[in-house]
Design a protein around this ligand. Structure first.
Ligand code: NAD
Ligand code: PRE
Length: 301
């Protein structure tokens, strides 16, 4: 049985539009309604026929929904939830796709007291944003982490999990705070490092003239893809997941200092041992079939 019959997606950017496409591809009988605060995005959504209906107000989008998924930047979740509060049907489940979970859950709880809120985070994305950047296969073969609050209705959790399985994701359940620590090191810190290194290189550009661009075919180019990610989204993630990111950044800084010492004191063994360990990690990721180093955004595994 389909987990939902009428799904509303609020925020029709990369993730929201991918979800609309995936639901329509995998569950064609489900009615998909969309809304975005930006009129230009609504216009594009209508032009590309993203949903069965695109409404001009958030309230009108949710009046008969059995699931509402908020796909807006994490610090906009509370405002987006407040906008639909008066129009939500009594038994509607509210979910979201935010990249950090504890802060978002607090926002949703405050805006929608007493409602069934089952947050989730599809660990899949690209550096692009907007409704035309999405694609139906984005979630295939990827993880979606469901982070129910304590005491959540298991049947509601299962329905949200089933939605993600239907669009091709593997589902894991985690506590929100644990999710935020794990993702701080696997996703948020790598983005911070990419933003830093590309920023540093561009500051040096006066010294090196065009060499930064000319020789950017190697490792630096991979960093520039990540550092092209959406500024609003990532500003929000770092501020909303501040504690976990600062904790992981502290650990990272200590490890970086150790590496700095190893280079200064010609400690080749320390360098060799670390690089051997990290190479083994990369190889085990590939063996598990999770190689994203060369993203193929149309892949269907
Ligand atoms: N981009 C990724 O790789 C990725 C991956 C997984 C999860 N996420 C999460 O998904 C969410 C959306 O990210 P995205 O990449 O799709 O961003 P995006 O910029 O492509 O789309 C966000 C959309 O939300 C709209 N919006 C903002 N505030 C709104 C409001 N109050 N009401 C209605 N619409 C509003 C914007 O107009 C925009 O169209 C974020 O919470 C992000 O953390 C992103
Ligand atoms: O592949 C990318 O471009 C991504 O950054 C995707 C990525 C990630 O870090 O893995 C980014 C943020 C998300 O919340 C989930 C996925």
């Amino acid at each position: 049985m389909l987990p939902f019959a009428r799904i509303t997606v609020i925020g029709l950017g990369l993730i929201g539009s991918s979800l609309c496409r995936a639901i329509r591809a995998e569950m064609p009988t489900v009615r998909v309604t969309g809304h975005d605060a930006n009129p230009a995005v609504r216009e594009t959504a209508r032009r590309i026929d993203l949903c069965d209906d695109v409404t001009d107000t958030a309230g009108a989008a949710v009046t008969d929904a059995d699931l509402v998924i908020l796909c807006v930047p994490v610090r906009a979740m509370g405002a987006a939830a407040a906008e639909i509060a008066d129009d939500l049907p009594a038994d509607c489940i509210i979910s979201d796709v935010g990249s950090c979970k504890a802060d978002v859950l607090a926002q949703l709880d405050a805006a929608l007291p007493g409602r069934t809120i089952i947050p989730a985070h599809p660990v899949a994305g690209t550096e692009n944003s907007g409704p035309e950047a999405g694609f139906a296969t984005l979630f295939k073969g990827r993880w979606s982490i469901v982070t129910p609050p304590a005491g959540a209705d298991p049947a509601a959790v299962e329905r949200v999990a089933e939605l993600w399985r239907r669009v091709g994701a593997q589902v894991e359940t985690m506590e929100p705070a644990h999710h935020d620590l794990v993702l701080a090191v696997t996703s948020h810190l790598p983005h911070l490092i990419a933003y830093t290194i590309v920023g540093t290189a561009s500051d040096l550009e006066n010294v090196t003239q065009s060499e930064v661009i000319k020789y950017s075919a190697g490792g630096f180019r991979d960093f520039t893809r990540i550092a092209a990610s959406d500024p609003t989204m990532w500003r929000d993630v770092f501020l909303a997941n501040k504690d976990a990111v600062l904790e992981m950044l502290q650990r990272f800084s200590e490890d970086l200092s150790a590496l700095q010492r190893a280079i200064r004191w010609n400690d080749g063994d320390a360098l060799f041992n670390l690089f051997t360990r990290t190479r083994a990690i990369r190889r085990s990721i590939i063996e598990q079939g999770q190689d994203d180093a060369k993203p193929d955004f149309g892949r269907s595994h």
